[in-house]
Design a protein around this ligand. Structure first.
Ligand SMILES: C[S@@+](CC[C@H](N)C(=O)[O-])C[C@H]1O[C@@H](n2cnc3c(N)ncnc32)[C@H](O)[C@@H]1O
Length: 274
């Protein structure tokens, strides 16, 4: 099993883990859908969605490809949406072989940054593209430190977001996450010989909405790791309370969508840009 930070959460954190995945879907699915429409997925396309979580990416692709095929994978299928046109596959992208054959479109969102093996996985995904196929890698630039636009006590809110940012970053790095991966994915995809276009998007969120429920649920799932990294339990509680306060307004993290096109004639090589 891989070292994914949010894997094997204790039962008491189960509901926070589910809220986290739902919040990600609520925040990012509209952006990802716009990106997929811009790519122009043909009706017969064969698609692979890696680590689908609770997102609607695979169901969207199922609707876009009435004569194609959509396989969606995750190590935990519990939160995944069911759809008659989507084949769900319990699958560890680090350890398990990819489904046979080549794909016209491969989508992976918010996973590779967590995996120490991200370059090897990316290279395998690139090699699984059909000629002219498209690899979509979507990641955050995590900037919680500079999020607060308005709050009942803006200095205190800035302090709590800074404490969360620092402890979360330390926790991510300790778990093998690369904080620079959000933008470096572009460089790595170019190293596979793909032609890469990158688009960015962010939103503005009020307390209690998806963009605030995401860090609230995340703090619940990794509470112990945050305290180990120096955030006090009192600050975690105050941070979680603040995130449901309707007086809070934050700007979201920048989401980056890297769209890599393989050459039309041959699958990409296995080499990567390290
Ligand atoms: C941060 S969530 C993102 C979920 C979804 N892609 C989204 O953007 O809404 C990461 C997902 O990766 C899955 N995951 C973690 N490690 C994995 C692995 N080694 N292979 C496949 N999926 C994995 C988790 O179960 C979780 O659903």
């Amino acid at each position: 099993m891989s070292t994914y930070l949010f894997h094997d959460t204790p039962d008491t954190a189960r509901s926070d883990g589910a809220v986290m995945l739902q919040a990600l879907a609520g925040m990012l699915d509209p952006f990802s859908r716009r990106q997929l429409r811009a790519v122009g997925v043909p009706p017969h396309a064969r698609c692979l969605v890696v680590a689908v979580g609770a997102s609607r990416i695979a169901t969207t692709l199922g609707e876009m490809t009435p004569t194609g095929e959509v396989i969606a994978t995750d190590i935990d299928l519990t939160p995944c949406r069911r759809h008659p046109r989507v084949a769900l596959l319990r699958h560890d992208i680090v350890r398990d072989p990819l489904p046979d054959g080549h794909f016209d479109l491969i989508h992976v969102r918010l996973l590779l940054g967590h995996l120490p093996e991200r370059h090897d996985v990316l290279a395998r995904l690139g090699a699984a593209l059909a000629p002219g196929g498209v690899l979509v890698v979507e990641e955050f630039e995590a900037t919680w430190r500079s999020s607060v636009l308005a709050a009942p006590d803006i200095d205190e809110a800035d302090r709590l977001f800074a404490a969360y940012h620092d402890a979360f970053q330390a926790t991510l790095v300790a778990a093998g996450n690369d904080p620079a991966w959000g933008r470096r994915a572009h460089h790595a995809m170019r190293g596979l010989g793909l032609h890469v276009d990158t688009s960015g998007w962010t939103g503005t969120w009020t307390g209690g909405s998806d963009g605030c429920l995401l860090p609230r649920a995340t703090a619940g799932v990794i509470r112990d790791q945050l305290t180990t990294a120096g955030m006090t339990p009192a600050d975690i509680d105050a941070f979680c309370d603040l995130l449901t306060d309707p007086g809070l307004v934050v700007k979201g993290n920048l989401a980056l969508s890297h769209i890599g096109h393989a050459a039309p004639t041959s699958p990409t090589s296995m080499s990567h840009g390290g």
